[in-house]
Design a protein around this ligand. Structure first.
Ligand SMILES: Cc1cc2nc3c(=O)[nH]c(=O)nc-3n(C[C@H](O)[C@H](O)[C@H](O)COP(=O)(O)O)c2cc1C
Length: 215
């Protein structure tokens, strides 16, 4: 076993920075915004990176990966990706996903469950057009999640695309945004002695109800 895992196994970390109570918020989007803003203004390395978990409809196999939150709308969390990737294959068969934000410096995690749908092509165009040329070429070049013969094949593809698009680059149809519409949130605040605070929000007929759960 690695010496580091042994050291970490024996480590006892206590959480004592913050607390969370029922008066926190009655709207989980506002609560998210508040914690997200704190994560951005504190020293979190990648505050908008979250783990997106999808589950394949054929065999229920869950699969997680990090993506970036690019927009927070009134009722939707937006990220961008390849519409033919493995995650998109999962989503096509099963639109239920979960999202996980972890901000260790604040001793906080937020879990979100929701239904994902594609955002409009116009919205994806707007975002794509705002991206640097190198990212636009990258979106065109990557057959995301599919086997790749070699690194050189990918680099050659970029070189070919540079010639194909000497000026403006249109968004490829196979790339764009998804919006996750949550029906459940859990806000987790680390507390001393493993007595963490957990507040859950669930959507019931368009209204959000919240309650505390055990650590
Ligand atoms: C910090 C970080 C941010 C990432 N952001 C994105 C993103 O916004 N969109 C995306 O498609 N992949 C992003 N990725 C790559 C994904 O984790 C993943 O490798 C890719 O989307 C393919 O996933 P899939 O094969 O499960 O579809 C990011 C990875 C990291 C580590």
């Amino acid at each position: 076993m690695s010496k580091h895992i042994e050291r970490l196994r024996d480590e006892h970390k206590d959480f004592d920075l913050n607390a969370l109570d029922e008066s926190f918020a009655n709207d989980p989007f506002k609560a998210f915004q508040e914690w997200f803003d704190e994560a951005c203004s504190s020293k979190e390395a990648e505050p908008n990176a979250f783990s997106l978990c999808s589950a394949n409809a054929e065999n229920n196999q869950p699969s997680s990966r990090i993506v970036y939150l690019k927009e927070l709308r009134s009722k939707e969390f937006v990220f961008y990706t390849n519409y033919q990737s493995e995650k998109s294959d999962d989503i096509n068969g099963n639109p239920r996903v979960s999202m996980l934000f972890f901000w260790p410096g604040l001793q906080r995690q937020i879990r979100i469950q929701g239904i994902v749908t594609k955002i409009s092509p116009e919205e994806s165009d707007r975002y794509f057009n705002s991206r640097p040329r190198s990212s636009q070429l990258g979106a065109w070049a990557s057959d995301q999640s599919r086997p790749l013969k070699s690194r050189e094949t990918l680099e050659q593809k970029i070189a070919d695309l540079e010639k194909r698009f000497p000026e403006n680059i249109d968004r490829p149809e196979f790339w764009g945004g998804y919006g996750v519409a949550p029906f459940k949130f859990e806000f987790w605040q680390g507390r001393p002695s493993r007595l963490h605070d957990r507040i859950v929000f669930e959507k019931e007929e368009n209204l959000w109800a919240s309650h505390r759960i055990n650590p």
